[in-house]
Design a protein. Structure first.
Length: 381
């Protein structure tokens, strides 16, 4: 009898479990913005008008036509910035439209007919500004909306077409006014960054191609190559040496950033962490710790390539800040000490756009040479 009661109890439990699962399955069907089950953020770069479709997805095939509606909810931009630590802007209304606000998930289908989101013009978009367009599901018939996937956040960069500086042919620059400013003698935290494209890496001992910084006493220098590494490896020599494993290609633009927060170094390549190392050094000396150069160190070691968007900050940038400002940054940004866009076209000088007076002056080479029509970000093949 005891055995029979036990079996009856197990059957009853199994029936309850299966029935509960069926009911749960029926209640679990939801509607969400297509694609947001993987990520709620989509990133695009534009250099002119562009269109793409947005749609809604149901987790079950619709038993009848289900109407859904969409809206652009710019009130979410500030909330997103506060939560994520970003500084995205609201896209000007004249730059876009949503073709229509409603669509239908047809009977027997799981996905609605796409609604076109049109970027109609880049007029009114600021150089270097990154925009956020939150496209949300406003309503849906038949099933609840999955709140965590209600909104697709579209991050929009506009391609910048600019000049860049060529450092080929033994050209280099220095920043003389650093050595006139005693306040730069002890900088506890620093970030250096730039965009660079190499034509060829140095094939002669010590195989160094200098990018930017101070070589003297290994103060703080960004470079490619050395006798102990490959000539196309990036290295930071700043009392400590930090060398990511990655090797670089010629003819390709890269964004490099080195963050020293007083305790460790973080090296970013194209916005991604490439290496970290605990620091043994103290504050950085830009005043009398040696001359600051672009494309030069120790009597030469020139860079055969191009440079753009070089900056020095007196604070450690976050990864988000680095990722979102590779092509431009506001010259009055907090902690921005010096900013050389290298788009001047002047034969002798590259302007410091912060207004702090740290212009870079030609050091070697008869005249500076500039290349026109360079896109940032670089188009992807």
């Amino acid at each position: 009898m005891k055995t029979l009661n036990t079996i009856q109890l197990l059957i009853g439990f199994l029936f309850f479990f299966l029935t509960g699962c069926k009911n749960a399955e029926e209640l679990s069907h939801l509607i969400y913005m297509t694609g947001t089950e993987k990520t709620t953020v989509s990133r695009i770069t534009i250099d002119g008008p562009q269109s793409f479709g947005v749609s809604a997805t149901c987790t079950a095939k619709a038993e009848q036509d289900l109407r859904v509606s969409f809206r652009i909810d710019n009130s979410l931009v500030d909330k997103y910035n506060n939560e994520k630590g970003t500084n995205y802007k609201v896209l000007p209304e004249q730059c876009y439209n949503l073709e229509k606000s409603e669509s239908v998930i047809k009977q027997g289908s799981c996905v609605s007919t796409p609604v076109m989101f049109n970027l109609t013009t880049t007029e009114g978009m600021e150089d270097g500004a990154v925009y956020l367009v939150p496209i949300s599901l406003a309503s849906a018939e038949g099933y609840p909306i999955l709140e965590s996937c209600r909104t697709n956040y579209i991050v929009i960069n506009r391609t910048i077409i600019t000049k860049v500086l060529s450092l080929s042919g033994g050209r280099s620059l220095n920043v003389p006014n650093f050595t006139k400013d005693p306040s730069l003698q002890s900088i506890p935290q620093i970030t250096m960054e730039c965009r660079v494209k190499v034509n060829s890496f140095c094939n002669l001992d010590p195989y160094i191609s200098s990018i930017m910084g101070i070589e003297y006493a290994e103060n703080f220098l960004l470079r490619f190559g050395d006798v102990t590494i490959k000539n196309n490896q990036f290295q930071v020599t700043a009392k400590d040496q930090v060398t990511p494993e990655m090797t670089f290609d010629t003819g390709k633009w890269y964004h490099l950033a080195v963050v020293f927060d007083g305790n460790q170094f973080i090296v970013y390549i194209n916005g991604e962490v490439a290496a970290t190392k605990q620091a043994t050094r103290g504050p950085v000396n830009l005043y009398d710790g040696g001359d600051f150069h672009f494309g030069f160190s120790y009597n030469g070691r020139f860079l055969d390539g191009f440079i753009s968007e070089a900056r020095i900050w007196t604070r450690p940038l976050s990864q988000v800040e680095i990722q979102e400002n590779m092509c431009y940054v506001q010259p009055d940004s907090e902690g921005l000490l010096a900013y050389w866009r290298f788009n001047d076209g002047d034969p002798k000088t590259a302007k410091d756009f912060t207004g702090h007076g740290y212009d870079a002056q030609i050091k070697t080479g008869n005249t500076l040479e500039w290349a026109d029509g360079i896109k940032c970000p670089e188009p992807q093949n």
